[in-house]
Design a protein around this ligand. Structure first.
Ligand SMILES: Cc1cc2nc3c(=O)[nH]c(=O)nc-3n(C[C@H](O)[C@H](O)[C@H](O)COP(=O)(O)OP(=O)(O)OC[C@H]3O[C@@H](n4cnc5c(N)ncnc54)[C@H](O)[C@@H]3O)c2cc1C
Length: 462
């Protein structure tokens, strides 16, 4: 029986980052992973492969729509889907092998197989049982579906199937207008599929700032994506190579149907805790099937911790990573900390959408007085040069103190731009602090400064 300071179950961004930090802090560490490769959902069937396809399809869009305008003439590229999938596989391989290298470098053992916890202090993998002073569950999540909708990963697919379709479908229905549905819908729309998004609510991307939701939907519509809003999907009839989506409009209960070559079910994800033995171990769960943890990510069972998608909070890779690093610090006797108020969210469509902190709606709900500083990318020289003038930066600041409370960006590189606002928020900065910081010209980030200026005496370029 091997003995460790820490055994982590799951090698996604939560698990592998936690393992590396544990090892760096001098703890003898092992990771249990049942998948063939390390990296979890994120590297194998999530963040990384989806971004590879978003990148490739965006390049096609640029070639088709913007090259000629810049004097780059010639035949637009055509889609070699097999090669695009090979490129995606190569990107996955480089990333997952990178984690394997980091494990070796940090002397972390990979215990291959599916793990369970027969009792605190013990992890079973296949026929072997290992001892650990602390156990961390980082088992992640899986796609959830709807009643009446059966997934076959061929015609009716989750995001995993959508990343691996045998060909680009002529028609695709996406059920759910959340991040994953809109990213994958964008990929296929750019590659030529006719994409219709069916959403239960009246707005896309639930939880986002209302103004961003409306503008973002307008932009996606302009790109050719169709939307059926306020629609409750009743069932999906899957035939061999086609499917029928049956839905009711909530406003009048009328029944409708949509045909599609592929139906992508993107209605959310749920924690994956199968086979861990949490019931018999006595680990308390929330009503939504998440593992309950305290302020130090310890579950109701002493010595057993949990992080990432398996617990409460946004299901995001960087949230899992931060929890991984924090819990490693706790186990090494240091202070582990995650600021849940400053966790950015990004949608990697084009333009990108990014947000952090409060929305106008959440501030109104709290009855807080706030001001809005907004700046359009149309006033940003770099964005204009790059055909990227769509969208805006919006900063929300406290009306009295000017402290930044939240930010919302639609526009080029929004997912990168958001971080200067995250740093500002971490330091408790005011909008004026941001506005007084010199920003290089010409950069997209000047739009962030202009939005900060708009919280005070006004922006320059609008
Ligand atoms: C299509 C898609 C795109 C996404 N894009 C983004 C994005 O752009 N940005 C972002 O922040 N997030 C994104 N996400 C979400 C992100 O992937 C997750 O938030 C993140 O992977 C969660 O990390 P985790 O470590 O908690 O779990 P996971 O990454 O899910 O990893 C858990 C691992 O644990 C293993 N495991 C589970 N149980 C056991 C067991 N009993 N024994 C052994 N191994 C086990 C699993 O095999 C898995 O490899 C995306 C998700 C999807 C599906």
């Amino acid at each position: 029986m091997a003995s460790y300071d820490v055994i982590i179950i799951g090698s996604g961004p939560g698990g592998y980052v936690c393992a590396i930090r544990c090892a760096q802090l001098g703890l003898k560490t092992a990771v249990v992973e049942g998948r063939e490769t390390l990296g979890g959902t994120c590297l194998n069937v999530g963040c990384i492969p989806s971004k590879a396809l978003l990148h490739a399809s965006h390049m096609l869009h640029e070639a088709e729509h913007n090259f000629a305008k810049m004097g780059l003439k010639g035949k637009s590229p055509s889609v070699d889907w097999k090669q695009m999938l090979a490129y995606k596989h190569d990107v996955i391989g480089q990333n997952t092998k990178g984690i394997e290298f980091l494990f070796k470098k940090n002397k972390i053992d990979w215990l291959k197989g599916w793990g369970s916890i027969p009792e605190a202090g013990r992890v079973k993998v296949g026929d072997d049982t290992h001892e650990a002073k602390s156990i961390i569950i980082a088992s992640g999540s899986e796609s959830s579906s709807l009643p009446g909708v059966e997934i076959d990963e061929k015609v009716v697919v989750t995001s995993t199937g959508a990343l691996e379709l045998p060909k680009v479908p002529k028609t695709m229905v996406v059920i759910g207008a959340g991040v994953i549905g809109l990213e994958m819908g964008s990929v296929y729309a750019r590659l030529g599929s006719e994409v219709t998004v069916v959403e239960y609510l009246d707005a896309i991307t639930p939880g986002m700032d209302g103004e961003v939701q409306k503008n973002f939907q307008k932009i996606l519509k302009k790109q050719g994506i169709k939307f059926v809003m306020g629609a409750a999907v009743q069932s999906v009839d899957a035939l061999k190579t086609k499917a029928k989506v049956n839905y009711k409009l909530r406003k009048d209960d009328t029944e409708h149907q949509l045909d599609a070559d592929v139906v992508l079910v993107a209605t959310g994800r749920k924690p994956y805790v199968d086979g861990l033995g949490l019931d018999s171990l006595g680990v308390e769960m929330t009503k939504r099937g998440q593992i309950k943890t305290d302020d130090h990510w310890q579950t109701s069972v002493k010595g057993v911790y949990a992080i990432g998608d398996a617990i409460e909070g946004p299901m995001l890779a960087h949230k899992a990573e931060d929890e991984g690093m924090a819990v490693a610090c706790v186990l090494a006797g240091q202070h582990g900390h995650v600021n849940y108020n400053v966790i950015p969210g990004v949608i990697y469509t084009h333009p990108e959408v990014a947000n952090v902190g409060e929305t106008e709606e959440s501030l109104k709900d709290q009855g807080r007085a706030y001001k809005v500083g907004k700046f359009s990318f149309m006033g940003n020289g770099r964005a204009k040069a790059n055909f990227a003038g769509e969208g805006f930066v919006k900063i929300l600041a406290d009306k009295e103190t000017d402290r930044i409370l939240g930010a919302h960006i639609i526009g080029p590189m929004a997912g990168d731009l958001i971080h200067e606002i995250c740093v500002a928020m971490e330091f408790g900065a005011s909008a004026e602090d941001l506005a007084l910081t010199c920003h290089a010209h010409p950069t997209y980030s000047e739009a962030v400064r202009e939005a900060a200026l708009a919280c005070g005496d006004g922006p320059i370029h609008s």
